[in-house]
Design a protein around this ligand. Structure first.
Ligand SMILES: [Zn+2]
Length: 123
């Protein structure tokens, strides 16, 4: 290719008109080429970060998948533990102290979700 070529072009980075000496020149100067390159790298990074974020939030359920506890009106002790992220003995102690009201069905304690929510309102 001869270097006598003079092709009027518009810089893809700064939009300035310039005369290119090669067909595939896209930028008016090395500076613009470098800046454009940096910008592209930044955008790539951003896009990757976005993708990773979407991936993470899509695969991560807000509530653990085996835990439908949140929507139930009546809870077992086990479910109450999950809901409050407390240990079994903590819940049983609260029941013994009368801080959590339960209904006994057979040997099972049934706890009203409302009662647990009221605890937070009064405390
Ligand atoms: Zn330029």
């Amino acid at each position: 290719m001869s270097s006598n070529l003079r092709i009027p072009k518009v810089c893809l980075y700064c939009n300035n008109n310039f005369i290119a000496q090669k067909m595939n020149t896209k930028y008016c100067s090395l500076k613009c080429a470098q800046r454009n390159y940096k910008q592209q790298q930044r955008e790539k990074k951003l896009q990757k970060a976005n993708k990773d974020y979407i991936k993470q939030t899509a695969t991560k359920p807000i509530i653990q998948s085996n835990n439908n506890t949140i929507h139930k009106p009546y809870l077992t002790i086990k479910e109450t533990c999950q809901l409050l992220n407390s240990s079994d003995s903590t819940i049983r102690k609260a029941i013994k102290d009368g801080r959590i009201q339960t209904i006994r069905i057979g040997k099972k304690h049934i706890i009203r979700r409302d009662d647990i929510e009221k605890m937070f309102l009064t405390s």
